[in-house]
Design a protein around this ligand. Structure first.
Ligand code: ADP
Ligand code: MG
Length: 606
């Protein structure tokens, strides 16, 4: 008996859709790319519920005839290539003729479109690959396509979608990839009736500024250096950030022939150009556009993949490296720039990927951070500290970035029989606390020690939502970029939990009416900037992860700064609280807190 048969179109399309359309963001990418391929100069993106209920793209491109509109939704229907040879000279974003067929297999689609050569447009409705109706209509030249209830007929997929915040972030990521290559096209992006982006036509630099520079009043692109190289093989142009504008996170974008790409090998070329200019974990931002003959790159790009293969990667690497070096070389480094923020002050001035205006020192000299933890009496605290005192020399397993030389130092040491209250402590250079230990002298970095202590406190407060709020006399206004608005939306509940009293204030701002009590004396806006910055760095997806980041960021901003004189009592209190922690040798981000100078080492010197 013969058992093989061809799958019906709607089934085949649904299977294909599984590959091409994985989430609202991939659908958006396909729709916008089609508009660009149609020569649109104005593209509006309208989204509802992060694309779950509606993804609409309105363009002023070529539009389609009524027959083409119907054809467009067939599998392998495309106007962009005719023969296999065309694949090697692609200049359009699409070419597979799969996207619309896939989208209409898993959503309810409505298109209104008209091409310049016809008086009347056409309105077409398709759902689950089935044409529900088509009729002539009045409409402007261009295409207006609505994709409603994505995955309405594939419940598994629908369930698979992440939270609205996450899906919206994915949509914005796709949006960035596209708008950065088409600065001459005007874009708007609206989500739930709120316009997140209104990007006028302009230059690449203006586009970058429009996406990242707004909101906080800082100019982003003033920190850029221009890269430009033309060779027979490839032309490279774009922008890289000045070294001092680098941060732990960065905006890093490569584009080739008008398409976003990931390219770890080329990324290495760029970072190599910065060798020796940046602190260890800092990254430069870059927006680099390659132009190369289409046949020199692999065209058979999977629609969801962003890696692109170049035939001459090895040749391009040194060209790229040299052009970034040249850009950096032209820019003479001011001798005042202190890249070693680890060295003197790792506190008040934090550089970042987006140049935050250097905040004025954010601590109040009168502020005493050494108040006792609420709810725990000094006595209880002390006895706990005593009992854990011996743990000072056991190696905690949860330390994040251990340095080998820290181990083995102190194995034979023990302090547990000492009375903290009678320890003789002294402060050195406004920065270190010296404490005698049984087999040497212990040196504690006061700022980092306090970070460790505060970190645990903030984390606990976040978990039980018990941060105390101090109302501000005059609310502060936090202006944000649309991207940061989305980010803040993800963590707002946690910020409230820890004591921030914040409300939406207009489209792209929050009013800050109250702050965590520990922040009462501080300039709150930079503190919030730092929190956003640290979330941006990882794009933290899990609650736990971003709580850690909020706690760490707050701890860094509220920890006792270097240069602050401490009384013996304050020092003992800090040490007591520090050694009460499970993890105290390193800060949560892996910086050393405690160093032991062994007796042997001291004796050797005499
Ligand atoms: P591809 O883009 O790979 O050709 P699609 O399924 O995305 O495949 O689109 C099929 C065809 O529909 C395109 O080749 C194009 O002719 C037409 N089309 C799709 N979207 C638009 C649009 N916004 N404006 C004009 N034509 C469009
Ligand atoms: Mg397409």
């Amino acid at each position: 008996m013969d058992i093989i048969h061809l799958l019906p179109d709607n089934v085949a399309n649904q299977i294909a859709a599984g590959e091409v359309i994985q989430r609202p963001a991939s659908c958006l990418k396909e729709l916008v790319e089609n508009s660009l391929d149609a020569g649109a100069t104005r593209i509006q993106v309208i989204v509802r519920d992060a694309g779950r209920t509606l993804l609409q793209v309105v363009d002023n491109g070529s539009g389609m005839s009524s027959t083409d509109a119907r054809m467009a939704f067939e599998r392998h229907a495309t106007s962009k290539i005719k023969a296999a040879a065309d694949l090697f000279a692609l200049r359009t974003m699409g070419f597979r003729g799969e996207a619309l067929a896939s989208i209409c297999a898993v959503a309810q689609v409505e298109v209104t479109t008209r091409c310049a050569s016809s008086e009347m447009g056409t309105h077409l409705e398709i759902a689950g690959s089935e044409v529900l109706g088509q009729e002539p209509c009045q409409c402007p030249v261009g295409t207006n396509i609505k994709v409603k209830n994505l995955f309405y007929n594939v419940p598994v997929r629908r369930k698979f979608l992440k939270t609205d915040q996450t899906e919206l972030r994915n949509l914005l990521t796709e949006f960035y990839h596209i708008v950065l290559v088409y600065p001459k096209v005007q874009f708007t992006f609206a989500h739930n009736d709120e316009i997140l982006f209104e990007l006028p036509a302009g230059t690449e630099k203006q586009r970058i500024e429009a996406v990242w520079g707004k909101g906080t009043g800082r100019t982003y692109t003033s920190n850029f250096l221009e890269v430009k190289t033309d060779t027979d093989l490839v032309s490279i142009r774009g922008f890289v950030s000045k070294p001092e504008a680098a941060g732990k996170t960065a905006q890093q974008y490569f584009f080739v022939n008008g398409r976003y790409m990931r390219h770890p090998y080329f990324q290495k070329a760029v970072t190599t150009a910065y060798a020796g200019m940046l602190p260890g974990d800092y990254q430069p931002s870059y927006f680099i556009y390659f132009d190369i003959a289409p046949e020199a790159i692999d065209v058979n790009i999977h629609p969801t993949k962003t890696e692109i293969k170049f035939a001459d990667e090895q040749t391009i690497f040194p060209i790229l490296l040299a052009s970034v070096r040249e850009a950096l070389g032209k820019f003479s480094l001011a001798p005042t720039i202190d890249f070693d923020r680890e060295g003197e002050m790792d506190m008040p001035v934090r550089s970042s990927d987006t140049p935050i205006v250097a905040p004025k020192p954010m601590y109040d000299p009168a502020y005493n951070p050494f108040h006792t933890r609420s709810g725990v009496s000094m006595q209880q605290e002390k006895s706990r500290a005593d009992s854990n005192w011996d743990m000072l020399y056991t190696i905690p397993s949860s330390v994040s970035a251990p340095a080998a030389e820290d181990y083995g130092l102190a194995d034979d040491l023990s302090l547990f029989d000492m009375d903290v209250a009678s320890l003789s402590v002294w402060q050195y250079a406004g920065k270190y606390i010296f404490v005698p230990a049984k087999s040497g002298v212990m040196v504690v970095n006061q700022h980092r020690a306090h970070i460790c202590v505060l970190y645990e406190e903030y984390l606990a407060q976040l978990e039980d939502a018990r941060g105390a709020t101090q109302q501000l006399l005059f609310p502060e206004i936090l202006d944000l970029t649309p991207g940061d608005m989305v980010l803040l939306g993800t963590i707002i509940d946690d910020l409230r939990a820890i004591g921030f009293d914040m409300d939406l204030f207009g489209k792209n701002s929050y009013s800050v009416n109250g702050v965590p009590a520990q922040l009462a004396q501080q300039n709150v806006l930079p503190v919030l900037e730092h929190i956003l910055q640290s979330i941006r760095e990882t794009g933290a997806n899990a609650t736990q992860e971003w709580r850690k980041r909020i706690a760490l960021s707050l701890a860094k901003d509220t920890a006792i700064p270097y240069g602050k004189t401490m009384t013996a009592e304050e020092m003992r209190d800090l040490l007591e609280r520090l050694f009460n922690l499970v993890t105290y040798r390193f800060t949560p981000d892996g910086k050393r807190v405690v160093v032991l100078i062994h007796d042997d080492e001291i004796n050797k010197r005499f």
